[in-house]
Write a protein that binds this ligand. Structure first.
Ligand SMILES: Cc1cc2nc3c(=O)[nH]c(=O)nc-3n(C[C@H](O)[C@H](O)[C@H](O)COP(=O)(O)OP(=O)(O)OC[C@H]3O[C@@H](n4cnc5c(N)ncnc54)[C@H](O)[C@@H]3O)c2cc1C
Length: 470
């Protein structure tokens, strides 16, 4: 019996007979894992065929690019799938000290934190998804319906509650209706749920959007032998600069390198030399130095990310009962801070908590209750990401007073983090969802930030080597 099954065996009384999940990527698999504790049967409907080994697939094009697993995210995944992290390490995922092994460049290298540690795990998105798929396949109550898409929702005769979904087999073209006591929508950023709701006479959720068109271009390399004191590095674009990059170690002794270009300053999508030459133009030379002579192991792939997009289901005046939404279908964040998977994992824990408080009769109101919980999780990430994106005058979005205050404070933190390890550590703990964003405003910390960012304070000097060694 797998660990997932053991957990299910110990589960509480069932809330319903059948739950249906739309989309079988990260959020869908996590939702299915949670639902298996409360429903007799769970069906995950997924457009793609899920690979039998770690491999990229059509429905998750972003999976070819660097994917950080933030610390709180990996803890949540381990909580949901006991043993997962150990398996990933056996698969040669790379353990890195986030404080000292992954130098961070924002207008200068942020201070290292000698004597402190924050372990993190680096791997490809394909490996993570494959392991999650393996776990969910071993979960007796979960059925995966691959090469099948959901085409719409079904309502009860009173029209107030979802009773299932229409599906279409993509190979045979056969259409069918699947009954369910609960439908969980996790079909990603391109979610058609707002349209389906309108077609059924419900309002679409209000949207917030912050546009900063960004191109991510990625290639993997064999890890090169070079003198270094880092395991990976992250170079953030900072206004007015439009270029950045990330080099992360992944399984099988490779580096995954993603180059970032904002507002049309696109990294090249082809040409071996052009990729490396773009790296040479980043605000600091270390990433270029690392890959200049490294051997590529993959073609170059590109992904355009147009905007941060949030759908406020928590603000819907009416939403049909028996429907819940999570993952990128609710909020797609600019991946600059690598938060999407962690947000989905925290939402899965919220789904478990919400289900844990309900009786079968309460299921119709789960959607509204869960939407409020999801909004609170997103609020941990959204304000910081959009404030950073809106630093660019060309970015489009609401520059409210709180956004402008956050931008001012972020600038101070970045400046004082150049020399102050305590500022860097707190910032990183918040980025990893280990501490709440409010901890950045505690008076003693704020005083430290302001002191460290005074004119005549630290200047952006140093290199990745010294940042990792301090
Ligand atoms: C370039 C880039 C880099 C990123 N880097 C990071 C990172 O470092 N760390 C991080 O945490 N996040 C990162 N993200 C974000 C992360 O990829 C997403 O947050 C995450 O994939 C959300 O997962 P999801 O399951 O909600 O949606 P998705 O991964 O988009 O999956 C949706 C699934 O639904 C299926 N589907 C769609 N429609 C239907 C339908 N009608 N019927 C059935 N199935 C359907 C699709 O085939 C797919 O499998 C990055 C994103 C991008 C673009």
């Amino acid at each position: 019996m797998s660990p997932s099954d053991v957990a299910v065996e110990q589960s509480r009384e069932h809330l319903g007979r059948h739950a249906l999940v739309i989309g079988g990527s990260v959020a869908g698999i996590l939702a299915a894992r949670v639902l298996a504790d409360s429903f007799s049967a769970v069906t995950v409907v997924e457009r793609d065929r899920l690979p039998s080994e770690a491999a990229n697939r059509k429905g998750v094009p972003q999976g070819r690019h660097v994917h950080t697993l933030l610390r709180r995210g990996s803890d949540a995944l381990e909580e949901l799938f006991p043993g997962l992290i150990g398996e990933l390490i056996d698969d040669t995922a790379v353990q890195v000290d986030l404080l000292n092994g992954l130098p961070l460049y924002i207008g200068g290298w942020q201070a290292a934190c000698p004597g402190r540690q924050l372990p993190g795990l680096f791997l490809s998105r394909a490996l993570l998804e494959w392991r999650l798929d393996e776990h969910i396949r071993s979960c007796a109550r979960v059925q995966l319906l691959e090469k099948t898409e959901v085409t719409g929702l079904l309502l009860t005769s009173q029209g107030k509650r979802v009773r299932g979904a229409s599906i279409r087999d993509l190979e045979s073209g056969t259409r069918e209706e699947l009954d369910a006591d609960l439908v969980v929508e996790t079909s990603g950023r391109g979610s058609r749920l707002p349209r389906w709701l309108e077609d059924l006479g419900f309002p679409a959720p209000p949207r917030s959007e912050v546009r900063l068109p960004t191109r991510y271009v990625t290639r993997t390399f064999k890890t090169a032998e070079c003198h270094r004191h880092w395991d990976g590095m992250l170079i953030f674009p900072r206004p007015p600069g439009r270029r950045g990059g990330a080099l992360f170690p992944i399984e099988r002794g490779e580096w995954m390198v993603t180059l970032i270009g904002l507002l049309g300053d696109d990294p090249p999508e082809s040409g071996d030399g052009a990729f490396v030459e773009f790296a040479k133009t980043l605000p600091t030379p270390e990433l270029y130095d690392a890959i200049a002579a490294a051997e590529p192991t993959s073609p170059i792939v590109a992904h355009d990310f147009p905007s941060n997009l949030r759908r406020h289901y928590e603000r819907c005046s009416t939403i049909p009962g028996g429907l819940a939404v999570m993952g990128d279908a609710v909020c797609s964040l600019n991946p600059r801070f690598g938060q999407g998977i962690t947000v989905a994992a925290l939402e899965a824990l919220e789904l478990r908590a919400a289900l844990g408080q309900m009786q079968a009769d309460d299921l119709p109101r789960l959607g509204a209750e869960f939407a409020r919980r999801v909004a609170k999780v997103i609020d941990l990430a959204w304000p910081g990401v959009v404030a950073a994106d809106l630093q660019y005058p060309e970015a489009k979005g609401d520059r409210s007073v709180s956004v402008r205050f956050m931008q001012w404070y972020q600038g101070r933190m970045v400046r004082s983090g150049l020399n102050d390890p305590r500022v860097r550590e707190r910032f990183l703990r918040v980025m990893n969802f280990l501490d709440p964003p409010s901890s950045l405003l505690r008076p003693s910390f704020a005083a430290r930030v302001l002191r460290g960012s005074m004119p005549g304070g630290p200047s952006p000097t140093g290199d990745a080597t010294s940042a990792g060694r301090q």
